[in-house]
Design a protein around this ligand. Structure first.
Ligand SMILES: [Zn+2]
Length: 164
């Protein structure tokens, strides 16, 4: 591995999880195109898990989905997960945080809206956001048919004062 291009782990919000992600690539050839993203989680109790994505054109799971499965196999369910981060490997063994796709944001919201997700802002700076902050206004529908993440009381009035 060319470590010259690996940023110092201490420069990341969560150095431990970032390092776990990098290590997950250690045995995978750099040219491999099926496993390009690692994700790591930490439970409320401090247990950590890591997994790689499984690319397939039919919709193979992202690393975020894989790691939730790995954590479950280790006895940690999503409601016990405190933090998640995904890291992609680019050419030259350059590693950087990658933001979750829409499907993963939905899954994280549904599994545990309070999971802290490490993401990059528009300037490429790492920050922590809650899963629910990555899916603003989810489950708030005009007809009041709200899901678990944001129930709208029946009889709520719409913005124009109309009753549902
Ligand atoms: Zn995804």
């Amino acid at each position: 591995m060319d470590t010259m291009t690996v940023p110092a782990a201490s420069s990341h919000i969560d150095p431990e999880l970032f390092e776990l992600c990098i290590q997950a690539f250690d045995s995978i050839p750099a040219a491999d195109e099926n496993h390009t993203v690692a994700a790591a989680v930490r439970s409320q109790g401090g247990k950590t898990f890591v997994a790689l994505n499984v690319f397939h054109f039919t919709g193979g799971p992202c690393a975020e989905l894989s790691v939730l499965g790995a954590a479950a196999a280790g006895g940690v369910l999503a409601n016990d997960i405190e933090t998640i981060v995904a890291v992609c490997r680019r050419e030259g063994n350059a590693f950087r945080v990658v933001n979750p796709c829409g499907r993963c944001r939905q899954m994280l919201l549904d599994y545990n809206p309070d999971i802290k997700v490490i993401v990059l802002d528009a300037q490429g700076v790492e920050l922590e956001a809650r899963a629910k902050d990555l899916m603003l206004y989810a489950y708030i529908w005009e007809d009041g048919n709200a899901g678990a993440a944001g129930r709208v009381e029946s009889g709520a009035k719409g913005p124009d004062g109309s009753q549902n």
